[in-house]
Design a protein. Structure first.
Length: 147
């Protein structure tokens, strides 16, 4: 199974303003995108996983805490799987690539934060590759530390 990776971007700035970019992001596989803006910073969106689909996450504004888990069994995953944590800031200008086989949970860390998500399958495919668990299903999620 592929591993989570970071694709670093940058910023070009001059008298006209600035351009944020992630030139190393190959969008060949991308079929759609959506933008998530939570109602408040307490709400945790997750756990949601995809066996086949990949996702790429980029913070447009503000900051998000992103927790990832590699699913071991799709019908009954172990509750004590290790959780990988990332804090993403819009100023970092980086994309986190989450390959197929991972679950995600995330929370906005600042009011008004927006998260851009790219997916490599059309929306019609979502119904056959959508797995979800309650936020407290995986016991290694320490909400005081990660989210």
């Amino acid at each position: 199974m592929a591993e989570v990776k970071t694709i670093q971007g940058g910023v070009a700035q001059d008298y006209r303003g600035q351009i944020r970019f992630v030139n190393e992001f190959d969008m060949t596989l991308v079929k759609r995108f959506y933008i998530i803006k939570n109602n408040d910073i307490e709400f945790i969106r997750g756990w949601r996983a995809h066996r086949i689909e990949q996702r790429w996450f980029y913070v447009l504004s503000g900051a998000f805490s992103l927790s990832l888990i590699k699913i071991d069994n799709w019908e009954n995953p172990a509750k004590d799987l290790p959780i990988e944590h990332h804090i993403l800031y819009s100023a970092d200008m980086r994309i986190i690539h989450v390959p197929a086989g991972y679950g995600t949970a995330f929370r906005a860390l600042e009011e008004g934060s927006e998260l851009l998500v790219y997916a490599n399958y059309p929306i019609e495919h979502a119904a056959v590759d959508d797995y979800s668990w309650e936020t407290d299903y995986f016991i290694n999620l320490d909400l005081s530390q990660s989210l």
